[in-house]
Write a protein that binds this ligand. Structure first.
Ligand code: ADP
Ligand code: MG
Length: 568
């Protein structure tokens, strides 16, 4: 019996445990998508390849198994490149599969001909074109292994039209090529566990930083136990939120600057000392701070600052071993230690500022008042997708996560436009694996604009994502209608319109009218509350809640100027 490349590819993916494919089809992958569905894979057709690529990588982060992004040749693949870079930089598993022009058209100006494998190589750990239909299963296994083992990342498979339609003898195709099940956990060297325990137990001002590597490594139980045993303050990174609940008494997010600055020993669990962590350097950290770094990727060791102890291990077995060692030493930090006292004082002060802002309901609303209303009216343990500059930064402190892998945002690459794609994936995953859980997609108006048309994807697949648009008429900040009119009347539009401005009073919620439905436009806290209450009742389509806020609303004054401290 003959079997063609499309069906070999579909069967191979299925047997390697792939569950979801996101993509946009056209020549030559329409039959491929049909073969995928016939093999039992779930296929979600999207409106923009970049969003499809974001959706597929969100599945990888949420489940540990890469999502597949299926696209057409040439421009189809090139539109994915931003998404591939995002997944690589975030260390998230992803498998991109693109059709490509027939091999006998290569070099003579084939339709959508492009050097696809070469183009993908910079953005992936593995990029290959299977040389024959018989070898597809081997390359699928390898691609998935590369994407999901070690430090996760991207794999690319190139599928020429000729390969997709070529037939092979079914008996000769090794469909049951060995499985790309995750490799067993990497355990730490016990000598290094001892060193880490020694250092930590002698610290006066210890701090634990929990990154999204810990979330990806499913280390939540182990880390929560460690924190509760040793009573040491911890700081989650943006997507490390929820590994230990944000509402834990040991979470010091509200005194972040102080915690980083004061710590004498830092236990770094699945986070990188990059821009997000201010490079681990002065002036954001003490000059002599000692770092215990735990990472699955030893090439990450000593990045920017030298670690005192660098442990090559999965987070979970390391933390379990460390917890045992520290129990032997009977180490735990006293509640009334000067370190805890200082942090608590700072937490109190910062919390008061936020409370006062949030209580200010004067119109147009400020960010804090909006996020308080959102936080108080969304179901507990919803998955929160968030992007936009101020929207994401201010929202992070107020929208709480008490469960791991429940926050998806612009991430290490600071990518805007990820929200709708992430939300599609999260909502589809919830439908299949956690039907009572909701996805709340909190977007700045600018961020929403990148991929807003994915609202049609959500509608088509009946995904009840609640999209909250925090609308300030611009990028970072905007202008009100009168001001904008005045500015635009002052000269040539392309010369006087501020580059950060967007149109004022845009009624994004009316996009729901395209589907014969309706959205919510809010100016007050009460309107936000009512809109959320009614959106939560809707379970068979997305909702849009468009909130007009003060275009000049801003974040709390910061001690340090973000990103702009020069190192030169
Ligand atoms: P954050 O943005 O939260 O700081 P990063 O993406 O910068 O997180 O860092 C995550 C780190 O976690 C990466 O260096 C990655 O190699 C590491 N990592 C991923 N999975 C694991 C795991 N299972 N065990 C240990 N480290 C991991
Ligand atoms: Mg905006």
């Amino acid at each position: 019996m003959g079997i063609d490349g499309n069906n070999i590819l579909a069967e191979s993916l299925k047997r390697q445990g792939i569950e979801y494919v996101f993509g946009i089809v056209g020549i030559p992958v329409i039959e491929t998508s049909l073969a995928f569905q016939a093999a039992g894979l779930k296929y979600i057709g999207m409106r923009n390849e970049q969003a499809a690529c974001y959706a597929a990588q969100a599945i990888g982060y949420l489940t540990g198994k890469p999502g597949v992004c299926l696209v057409v040749s040439g421009p189809g693949l090139l539109h994915c490149i931003g998404g591939m870079a995002n997944a690589q930089v975030n260390c998230w598993p992803l498998l991109v599969i693109a059709g490509s022009c027939p091999e006998d058209h290569e070099g003579i100006g084939g339709f959508q001909e492009w050097l696809q494998v070469e183009s993908s190589r910079q953005y992936s750990k593995y990029a290959a074109r299977p040389p024959s239909p018989r070898l597809i299963p081997l390359h699928v296994e390898k691609a998935i292994r590369y994407a999901s083992s070690g430090r996760p990342g991207v794999a690319y498979l190139d599928m020429p039209a000729t390969l997709l339609t070529a037939e092979a003898d079914e008996d000769k195709v090794p469909l049951d090529y060995y499985s790309a099940d995750p490799v067993s956990l990497a355990h730490p060297n016990p000598v290094l566990v001892n060193e880490a325990a020694d250092l930590l137990s002698k610290a006066e001002r210890p701090l634990i930083i929990v990154g999204k590597g810990a979330a990806y490594g499913k280390a939540e139980e182990a880390i929560t136990k460690l924190v509760e045993n040793i009573k040491v303050p911890f700081l989650p990174t943006p997507m490390g939120k929820g590994v230990v609940p944000d509402e834990s008494q040991y979470c010091v997010s509200t005194a972040r600057t102080q915690a980083l600055l004061g710590a004498d020993v830092i236990l770094l669990l699945g986070a990188r000392m990059n821009w997000m962590m201010h490079f681990g350097q002065v002036p954001r950290y003490a000059a002599n701070v000692k770092i215990i770094q735990v990472d699955i990727a030893p090439e990450e060791f000593h990045n920017s600052v030298k670690s005192e102890v660098a442990v090559h291990s999965d987070i979970k077995p390391f933390v379990e071993a460390l917890t045992n060692k520290l129990a032997e030493k009977k180490f735990s930090l006293q509640n009334n230690s000067p370190w805890w006292q200082a942090l608590k004082e700072k937490q109190k002060k910062n919390t008061e500022f936020v409370k006062a802002q949030a209580a200010d309901k004067s119109l147009p609303l400020n960010y804090y008042a909006v996020f308080k209303a959102v936080q108080e009216n969304i179901p507990k343990d919803s998955i929160i997708v968030s992007e936009g500059a101020n929207t994401m930064d201010i929202g992070r402190g107020i929208l709480l996560n008490n469960k791991p892998r429940h926050r998806l945002d612009a991430g290490t690459f600071g990518t805007m436009g990820v929200g709708p794609g992430f939300a599609v994936a999260a909502a589809q995953w919830c439908r299949d694996h956690a039907p009572d859980k909701r996805v709340i997609c909190v977007e700045g108006d600018s961020a929403f604009g990148f991929s807003g048309m994915e609202i049609e994807t959500m509608f088509r697949y009946k995904l009840p994502v609640i999209i909250v648009i925090v609308n300030n008429n611009g990028i970072y900040s905007g202008f009100d209608k009168e001001m904008m009119t005045e500015i635009q009347n002052s000269g040539d539009l392309a010369q006087c319109t501020p580059p950060t401005a967007l149109s004022t009073e845009v009624r994004y919620e009316k996009m729901m009218e395209m589907f014969g439905s309706s959205g919510h436009f809010c100016r007050t806290v009460e309107e936000i509350e009512n809109a959320l209450k009614s959106a939560i009742k809707v379970t068979d389509r997305p909702s849009i809640i468009n909130i007009a806020i003060n275009p000049q609303s801003n974040r709390k004054p910061q001690t340090f100027n973000w990103l702009t401290e020069s190192k030169l």
